[in-house]
Design a protein around this ligand. Structure first.
Ligand SMILES: [Fe+2]
Ligand SMILES: [Fe+2]
Length: 194
């Protein structure tokens, strides 16, 4: 040990001592005790932080977006006409089903956080980040869906950055959804360029 310290350079000696820069990896015992209280909060423990309402709000806005996307894709699936329409219409239905899974994941996470998923149809388009669309030709449908997917990608990316390490479970849910929205945008983009 004395050898190691005697060969330390002056620049290294200027660094803070190792012991003071390395916090011990120990659990917070008082937080473990606190977790035994507030059982009505389910999985949300006292150390969750003051973000719960904000995160539930973000998730509800995303839920509204997914519900509008389901409606738009279903409308396009059933009204698509033209030479390429069967394959594209089928793609629209696949997307509608995947947006449904996203909506379910979001609603489930909202409930786990002690919130209420907002399925109210009256305010849906106002709360959604993406728009409904009633285009009648395939190109316009593809464009409208690509715009909506890009808006969803931007919204999920921002949510993931905002949540950071505040709620790793919610972040993982959002990351999974984001990667599927990127696939959707990629597929729509391919159809538009054919
Ligand atoms: Fe989605
Ligand atoms: Fe999507």
């Amino acid at each position: 040990m004395s050898d190691a310290s005697s060969t330390t350079s002056s620049s290294r000696r200027a660094q803070p001592p190792l012991e003071s820069s390395r916090a011990p990896l120990r659990l917070d015992e008082s937080a473990l005790e606190a977790a035994k209280q507030g059982l009505e909060q389910g999985p949300v423990t006292p150390s969750y932080g003051p973000w719960r309402d904000d995160i539930v709000q973000l998730l509800n806005d995303a839920l509204a977006t997914e519900l509008v996307c389901i409606l738009r894709y279903k409308r396009h699936h059933y009204t698509a006409t033209g030479l390429a329409s069967p394959a594209i219409a089928e793609e629209f239905m696949v997307h509608a089903q995947e947006e449904t899974q996203h909506a379910d994941q979001l609603a489930q996470r909202i409930v786990q956080l002690g919130g209420e998923p907002d399925f109210s149809p009256d305010s849906l388009t106002r709360r959604s980040h993406a728009d409904y669309d009633e285009s009648s030709d395939l190109q316009a449908m593809l464009r409208a869906n690509l715009v909506a997917e890009r808006v969803a990608i931007e919204a999920y990316s921002q949510m993931i950055r905002l949540i950071g390490d505040k709620d790793s479970t919610t972040r993982r849910v959002l990351e999974g959804i984001l990667s599927q929205e990127q696939e959707h945008a990629n597929e729509l983009s391919d159809w538009l360029s054919t």
